[in-house]
Design a protein around this ligand. Structure first.
Ligand code: 5GP
Length: 236
């Protein structure tokens, strides 16, 4: 498999073409961004940590029946992935209130939600990834029909139901996370992008210490140490 020209560069990853038109190489970057890239930073080795964490979690999900874009992890920072048409919706799954949910709706940070909350944001940096509802998804033709919205929500909740007990067994509370889905050439809806401390919130079960990108967002320090701790617990 040969790596060819850069197809797309996002905030956390670069996507390269390969000699197979159905496969891409996803390279995890060390860059850190927050607040729609208004805040920028970098942590050497962060890309490799996220690549490893995301690989482990995608394998766990695959083993439990979730289809993903991952074909194979080919280096410390690179994954061979199926080319997908990404659904331009950031799917956010929440177990505990914090972040923008607490800010928007005044729900006290740390409140355990009575059920798994799934929210949608339009994946559009220029608009600041605004929150959208099911009708907006149809209005903007982000999905073809209501069944696809249900399918997306069902996949998101199933992923949560697999990850919650897994992280609990690692003494981590899975507070919330963001996923992206895409359609493969065979029109199969699969989990794409990554699942890592860049896209999830993890709190230590005993102390509620934040072990995710909030350490960067809120200038709490020890960003890389937190990502290393998450990897250590996942592997332990
Ligand atoms: P919030 O809406 O509270 O800012 O974020 C909810 C969850 O989704 C958090 O776990 C956060 O890391 C993730 N999230 C929201 N927007 C983005 C985004 O644009 N990029 C990434 N990587 N994660 C996001």
């Amino acid at each position: 498999m040969t790596k060819q020209e850069l197809l797309y560069e996002g905030k956390g990853k670069k996507l390269y073409k390969t000699d197979d038109e159905n496969l891409l190489i996803s390279e995890f970057k060390d860059d850190l961004t927050a607040f729609n890239a208004e805040k920028k930073g970098s942590e050497q080795g962060k890309g490799a940590l996220n690549c490893k964490i995301s690989t482990e979690l995608f394998h766990l999900l695959e083993k439990n029946g979730i289809k993903t874009h991952l074909v194979k992890t080919i280096s410390q920072t690179e994954q061979l992935v199926k080319k997908c048409k990404i659904v331009p919706i950031e799917v956010i799954v929440r177990n505990i209130a914090t972040g923008s949910l607490s800010k928007r709706l005044g729900i006290k940070e740390g409140t355990i939600l009575p059920f798994t909350l799934v929210e949608f944001c339009l994946k559009d940096d220029a608009l600041g990834d605004p929150f959208i509802n099911d009708d907006h998804c149809l209005l903007l033709n982000l999905v073809q029909n209501e069944n696809q919205i249900k399918e997306i929500k069902d996949i998101a909740k199933k992923i949560n139901s697999i990850l919650l007990p897994f992280f609990d067994s690692k003494n981590l509370r899975l507070i919330d996370f963001k996923i992206e889905l895409g359609f493969t050439k065979d029109n199969e809806l699969v989990l794409a992008d990554e699942i890592s401390p860049d896209s999830c919130r993890f709190w230590d079960k005993a102390t509620n210490e934040k072990l995710d990108k909030d350490r960067f967002r809120q200038d709490l320090g020890n960003v890389k140490m937190a990502y290393e701790e998450v990897l250590k617990r996942i592997m332990g």
